[in-house]
Design a protein around this ligand. Structure first.
Ligand code: DGY
Length: 325
């Protein structure tokens, strides 16, 4: 690679990392800040040594072979990487990095916020106030669910799942159970408020008043939360999803809401986002956020700097800290 690599940043970044990356080579900051088309990707495959994509990019399958021998690294901005076919990238000599760790707290904060908003009917309440329909305090007005003492079930006990467990247990007095693909060491469970690992997602769903998803997206978790889980779920439970939209079978979600099996859901991510299934807008018991998990000033800066650190180490010939295998 020459001293001045040609670098493409696919979407606008916050000022601080954007100014830093601009010093790293012959940098193209796409303007306007819109999603790249398949044609844009196929052209980029021939033009850039480095592409810094992000979680909302849609990369056409043909890109990887077309980029072989030209694009050296996809240094992605974001922890999730289900927008990248990592096997295809590797098969074509393209390294891939992501940005774990820096968005743990903020994503867990948002998940906890959605949990509280659902439990205490804050979306409904705000809509009532704004519509001028609030007729005053009364003992039976807009009764929600008590959080303290309730059981939170977590699916996926990585960094964000653990951070959610700490918030729920130490902050809100909840009992925590979880499912994870591998066995979680005792010290990690203790630090997460003596969280208890159960065998399956269904086992967790059966005992949980709130079920919060923190697993990665991708083929292994596609529609993991399907009709069988909604059948198993504790009647009247609330689902929280800040992971990826396609972890949930949305038809099964609507069926569970219609049946009253699920009392509500707090969602930050959706299948095919930002084009939402129109049914989402029809349920008052849903709290809907526009993929805001990591959207704070400190975290979005840190994500950019982490992506740049990975790139800088790759360009030096070192192994980037977050190199995906
Ligand atoms: C990620 O980085 O994967 C998040 O979804 C962005 O908030």
């Amino acid at each position: 690679m020459t001293n001045l690599p040609k670098i493409l940043i696919t979407r606008r970044w916050p000022n601080s990392p954007e100014a830093r990356v601009a010093q790293m080579g012959d940098v193209t900051l796409r303007d306007p800040d819109t999603q790249m088309t398949a044609k844009d990707w196929m052209q980029a495959a021939q033009q850039f040594d480095v592409i810094m994509p992000t979680v909302s990019d849609v990369i056409p399958p043909a890109f990887y072979a077309a980029a072989k021998g030209k694009v050296r690294i996809l240094a992605s901005y974001g922890v999730g990487y289900n927008h990248i076919d990592v096997d295809a990238a590797h098969a074509n000599g393209i390294a891939v990095t992501n940005t774990p760790g820096v968005l743990t707290d903020c994503t867990a904060d948002l998940a906890m916020g959605l949990l509280l908003a659902c439990a205490r009917r804050m979306g409904e309440g705000e809509r009532q106030v704004r519509a001028g329909q609030w007729d005053g305090w009364r003992p039976t007005h807009m009764i929600g669910k008590k959080v303290a003492g309730a059981t939170l079930g977590i699916v996926g006990f990585g960094r964000i799942g653990q951070a959610m467990a700490r918030r729920a247990h130490f902050g809100f007095g909840m009992k925590v159970v979880f499912q994870n693909r591998s066995a979680v060491p005792e010290d990690i469970k203790a630090a997460a408020g003596n969280a208890q690992q159960l065998d399956s997602v269904a086992d967790v769903a059966t005992v949980s008043d709130f079920l919060s998803l923190h697993c990665p997206g991708g083929a292994q978790t596609h529609k993991l939360i399907d009709a069988s889980i909604f059948d198993a779920i504790k009647p009247g439970a609330i689902l929280i999803n800040t992971a990826r939209g396609d972890v949930v079978d949305e038809d099964a979600l609507f069926a569970a809401l219609d049946a009253g099996q699920l009392a509500g859901a707090g969602l930050d991510v959706y299948t095919g986002e930002p084009a939402l299934d129109s049914r989402f807008r029809t349920y008052d018991t849903l709290v809907l956020a526009p993929h805001l998990g990591s959207a704070t000033d400190g975290t979005r800066d840190a994500m950019g700097h982490r992506a740049i650190d990975n790139l800088a180490s790759f360009l030096r010939g070192d192994t980037p800290r977050d190199l995906l295998s």
